[in-house]
Design a protein around this ligand. Structure first.
Ligand SMILES: [Zn+2]
Length: 159
């Protein structure tokens, strides 16, 4: 995997999720090489994962929206963070601070439970939380309709 191919695919992934992401490939590469997470003084490009601080190379590199797009996060230099793939998939649609809190809470747990939790989180399909939220939204809407007199009964409007 080359830097050129990896950065091109990372940028495509962000673009496919956020049509407002307008960075050129040049801008994206410049940002990635200049980010604070970059491990300095190495020939190969390496980064510290934003969340677990492990060192990740091109192969394991992933780009996360610290504040997820669905919560209004932007695809810009303040919100995009390099991280490892396991952290990105475990984080899902949690905000960065929520994920850090979860990680630090889990640190007090026995190793077995911690491993179990993160395996489960990583195995969760990406759309799972979205589906949960959509379901809650539908239920709320149904409740609202039910409680609005006359809406689903076909009654004539009050004279
Ligand atoms: Zn990580």
């Amino acid at each position: 995997m080359t830097f050129a191919s990896k950065t091109s695919s990372l940028r495509s992934t962000i673009r496919s999720r956020d049509p407002l992401f307008k960075w050129s490939l040049e801008d994206f590469r410049e940002w990635l090489l200049g980010t604070d997470n970059r491990v300095r003084g190495t020939a190969a490009p390496l980064w510290h994962c934003e969340y677990c601080r492990e060192i990740v190379g091109l192969e394991g590199l992933s780009i996360d929206h610290a504040l997820p797009l669905k919560w209004g996060g932007l695809s810009d230099g303040d919100n995009l963070v390099p991280c490892c793939k396991p952290c990105n998939s475990a984080k899902g649609e949690l905000g960065a601070s929520q994920f850090r809190e979860l990680r630090s809470l889990a640190r007090t747990w026995p190793a077995l439970m911690r491993t179990y939790l993160f395996r489960k989180l990583m195995a969760m399909p990406q759309g799972w939380l979205r589906a949960q939220a959509a379901q809650r939204g539908r239920e709320k809407l149904l409740r609202r309709i039910k409680h609005r007199p006359g809406v689903d009964t076909g009654d004539e409007a009050d004279g």
